[in-house]
Design a protein around this ligand. Structure first.
Ligand code: URA
Ligand code: SF4
Length: 225
């Protein structure tokens, strides 16, 4: 009987020690993460850029001239997320600098946003798909961890996905962009507003009214505190 009691006590003691180690480890671990985030997100962002510049996690590395990690401010009002670099972006290493990018700037201006002051602009894949084809699912999933890390460092107030590819990937939905836009989603706890890709709207101007609605939706989220 008394042997059984001592055994029980011993088991309890072991459980206590185990709990202490597990909890202690978690507490310590998350402290380190949050301290790192507070201390220097800029440095961590450039560390991600470095990793991207030498990345070979998918076949898109073969034909790129430059990686396009994305750029903008930390803690922006909006993070805009496109599909992948085109020719101009591949040549310069900067996101949305071609025709679609100039058009995108006019959308931002319409709701008092500005890429150099309160936005961050990025893409699902950081290397140009040949002939501007859609990124393959394995290319998007290989590249997605970079975007996830960028979002958790940048912490935008809202996300706007541009086009079907970015919208499907970040919402996890399968429908086309016409069916997916028009409502608000959430990604990493951040409100996400999908809209058409600027290139699609340049080809088909009848989409402009919908984009206007989506921009108003975005603006009202930003004004909501
Ligand atoms: N289209 C995109 O999706 N991303 C860019 O960076 C440029 C054009
Ligand atoms: Fe790496 Fe992304 Fe470029 Fe593929 S697209 S090589 S995953 S950086």
């Amino acid at each position: 009987m008394s042997t059984q009691n001592s055994l029980n006590e011993l088991v309890n003691l072991f459980n206590l020690i185990e709990d202490y180690y597990i909890e202690g480890f978690h507490r310590h671990h998350s402290d380190v993460e949050s301290v790192e985030q507070e201390v220097d997100p800029e440095n961590q962002l450039s560390e991600i850029n470095n990793e991207i510049s030498s990345c070979r996690k998918c076949g898109l590395f073969k034909e790129r001239h430059n990686t396009v990690p994305g750029e903008g401010v930390i803690n922006p009002l909006v993070m805009l997320i496109g599909e992948g670099p085109g020719a101009d972006e591949d040549r310069t290493g900067k996101p949305f600098v071609g025709r679609a990018g100039i058009y995108l700037d006019s959308w931002l201006k319409a709701i008092d946003l500005n890429r150099s002051e309160n936005c961050f602009i990025g893409n699902i894949v950081k290397c140009r798909p040949p002939d501007n084809r859609d990124p393959l699912p394995e290319e998007s999933s290989a590249c997605l961890p970079y975007l996830q890390r960028q979002i958790s460092l940048i912490r935008p107030k809202a996300i706007m996905t541009l086009g079907r590819i970015a919208t499907q990937i970040l919402t996890g939905e399968k429908s086309g962009i016409g069916a997916l836009r028009g409502r608000i989603y959430s990604y990493q706890g951040i409100p996400l507003v999908p809209t058409y890709h600027p290139s699609a709207v340049q080809r088909n101007t009848s989409l402009r009214g919908a984009v206007w609605q989506d921009l108003q939706e975005l603006r009202s989220i930003l004004q909501d505190g």
